[in-house]
Write a protein that binds this ligand. Structure first.
Ligand SMILES: Cc1ncc(COP(=O)(O)O)c(C=O)c1O
Length: 394
């Protein structure tokens, strides 16, 4: 007999990122598909984890659902630079930014609400809206606008059912960072239409523009910020993130979070707390290395025939467009056969088509090798002489 399954579950697809992640690659392939730093967590953070586990006692037990108070205090302190009123009551520690995003979505959206999400944008925003029975409505981030939102378009697509707008600066996949003008514009737009801003700021330490990160926190009273330790402490596998919201939203999000996960990992929180204070040098060194790799990859991508890359201003992704006249999935799959893994742009939304996402969280040596593979491919495509095509097997 056929198993009865929820429409909700059936309507979800595994993300396109995972499809390319799991696809088999020839031995020795270079992986620029990864959305995670290629570093290990800083030494002090590793030591703090071992110590917490060995000390035992409460460190190996369930903790408070909203997170251990010392970590919430430290995170509130981090956000007081944007709003001096921020306190522990505004912070919920979660199982990664992923769970923070879902807890926020389930706390904020009602069935039938519309939620404005970036196109191209990170793969969770649409499915999370649908899991809350809300409707994702894409807004455009176009290469020719430097991946900035078009405020006129936002006015055209907002309706009286719109509940929230999701923003992500620095962005995955575009590497774009919102300008002060875009931020001001989105804040005014949200105020005018009574919307919540759900701001995903997980790349806030990896910013190449002068003056560092520009947060939405403190700009408007209906902002929910999602953040994570995954990228800044290179601990993607530890699953620790947090959200920062008004105390009212935090109480509701904490109920959802509690019913999904009970509490975040206690020893990981102890270690992350140490990282916030004692790993500043490692975090800065990692960001500096990413900047050097960014410069290297952008030069490489812009030398590939038929390819154009806007310089990413944050995160560790380059999102070039190409004019080879083939779907991005086909381009990514063909490159994979040649030993280079990347992610097809269309996985991030319709406007990601004719783009590829390359993560530069990989060594400079591998980035150079990757650019050689890509350049050969670009030359063949631009001259219309790709061997697979000629043989009709692509
Ligand atoms: C923009 C963005 N938000 C959220 C996440 C989720 O990160 P995590 O759940 O590891 O904290 C990611 C991960 O790639 C991301 O790129």
């Amino acid at each position: 007999m056929e198993q009865k399954l929820s429409t909700r579950a059936r309507s979800l697809e595994m993300s396109g990122i995972r499809k390319m992640f799991d696809a088999p690659a020839p031995p020795g392939s270079i992986n620029l598909g990864l959305g995670e730093p290629d570093f290990n967590p800083p030494r002090v953070v590793q030591e703090a984890l071992f110590e917490a586990v060995r000390t035992g006692g409460t460190h190996n037990k369930y903790g408070p659902s909203a997170g251990i108070p010392a970590l919430r205090d430290a995170l509130a302190e981090r956000y007081r630079r944007y709003d001096p009123r921020t306190s522990r009551d505004n912070v919920i520690v979660t199982c990664g930014g992923t769970e923070a995003l879902l807890s926020a979505a389930l706390a904020l959206y009602d069935p039938g609400n519309e939620v404005l999400i970036p196109n191209p944008g990170f793969v969770l925003y649409g499915p999370h809206a649908r899991m809350a029975d809300a409707v994702p409505v894409p807004y455009s981030l176009r290469e020719e606008n430097g991946f900035q939102p078009d405020l006129d378009e936002l006015e055209e697509i907002v309706t009286d059912r719109t509940r929230a707008i999701v923003v992500n600066s620095p962005s995955n996949p575009t590497g774009g960072v919102f300008t002060p003008r875009s931020i001001d514009g989105i804040v005014s737009f949200a105020q005018e239409h009574d919307l919540t801003i759900l701001s995903d700021e997980v790349y806030d330490e990896i910013v190449y523009t002068p003056g560092g990160h520009r947060s939405f926190w403190g700009r408007y009273d209906r902002v929910v910020v999602v953040n994570s330790f995954s990228k800044i402490l290179a601990m993607t596998g530890w699953r620790l993130g947090y959200l920062v919201a008004s105390a009212e939203v935090a109480v509701e999000a904490n109920k959802i979070h509690y019913h999904m996960v009970a509490c975040p990992s206690t020893p990981c929180q102890v270690a992350a707390l140490r990282g916030l204070t004692d790993a500043r040098d490692e975090i800065a060194a990692m960001a500096k290395e990413f900047r050097a790799r960014r410069d290297l990859i952008v030069r490489g991508l812009n030398s590939v025939p038929g390819m154009h890359c806007v310089k990413p201003e944050g995160a560790f992704y380059a999102f070039p467009s190409y004019t080879w006249g083939m779907p991005s999935l086909e381009a990514a799959q063909t490159l994979l056969q040649r030993g280079l893994r990347c992610t097809h742009g269309e996985a991030f939304g319709s406007l990601g088509e004719s783009h590829l996402r390359f993560s530069f969280a990989n060594s400079r040596e591998n980035i150079r090798k990757a650019m050689t593979i890509l350049r050969t491919f670009g030359e063949e495509e631009s001259n219309g002489r790709r061997p697979e095509r000629v043989a009709g097997t692509a």
